[in-house]
Design a protein around this ligand. Structure first.
Ligand SMILES: Nc1ncnc2c1ncn2[C@@H]1O[C@H](COP(=O)(O)OP(=O)(O)OP(=O)(O)O)[C@@H](O)[C@H]1O
Length: 227
């Protein structure tokens, strides 16, 4: 450990209230510009790991530190947490799009919430749509899109504010191999442009085909990697 990673997880143990030990004394450091896969079977702790990175969950009191882009996520709450989250793009397996908003409204919504001006939102929209190849779907509603397209909208929404870090929790979990490859190609492009990317997936064959560093988690501990 050099202690200089853009993401640092130090000796983190996370036990849920019902007694589930999701992570046990886990250490992981991710450098700026890395593209890392986190894999492991269902229940191994992948989602919990990402939740700690975006502050949705905290380690047990006194049991570990989570530093993201210099901020102590294990301690941040309220407005300070909300501010730091703006520096993270987050993508979920189930897309989490607003059904009554169009593609561009879904993407604009995040920027509006962050206080961007209309002019700035209009300026950013075309490149966000272009990265995911959906310029022609800007005025469609989510129900008019395929699963793969919906996931691409959720990626556009995550990166429209150009965050330095993108976290994706099972982004291809609901997609067929073709769509999964498209998502992977987009993530690669974002990584080549300098974004640090962390992706969870239980699909080891898919990860191996991606040929990227990966860590394996079992029972809340790192079994191997990054390798
Ligand atoms: N909110 C919660 N309350 C109680 N236990 C939880 C909670 N979330 C997760 N767990 C438990 O913590 C452990 C790790 O869960 P986690 O969701 O992090 O695993 P995962 O590897 O992401 O699994 P999957 O691939 O199925 O999403 C599991 O035993 C799970 O049952």
């Amino acid at each position: 450990m050099t202690g200089e990673g853009i993401i640092q997880i130090h000796n983190v143990t996370k036990t849920y209230r019902n007694g589930s030990e999701a992570l046990v004394d886990l250490n992981l450091e991710i450098q700026k510009g890395d593209f890392l896969f986190v894999t492991g079977p269902s229940g191994s702790g992948k989602s919990t790991l990402l939740k700690l990175l975006y502050g949705e969950e905290k380690p047990n009191p006194g049991q570990g530190e989570v530093i993201v882009d210099g901020a102590p996520m294990h301690r941040l709450k309220g407005d300070r947490l909300a501010l730091l989250r703006r520096r993270l793009g987050i993508v979920f397996q189930d897309y989490k799009l607003l059904p009554r908003r169009t593609v561009e409204e879904n993407i604009a919504f995040v920027l509006q919430a962050q206080g961007y001006t209309k002019t700035e939102i209009t300026r950013r929209m075309p490149s966000a749509l272009k990265v995911v190849g959906l310029q022609h779907k800007a005025t469609c509603f989510p129900s008019q899109l395929s699963g793969g397209e919906q996931q691409r909208v959720s990626i556009a929404r995550a990166i429209v504010s150009t965050p330095p870090i993108l976290l994706a929790d099972e982004p291809t979990g609901n997609l067929d191999p073709d769509n999964s490859r498209q998502i992977l190609a987009i993530l690669r492009k974002l990584n080549e442009a300098g974004m640090t990317i962390v992706v969870t997936s239980h699909d080891e064959a898919f990860i191996r085909s991606a040929n990227r560093p990966m860590v394996q988690i079992r029972n809340g501990q790192i079994l191997s990697g990054p390798e």
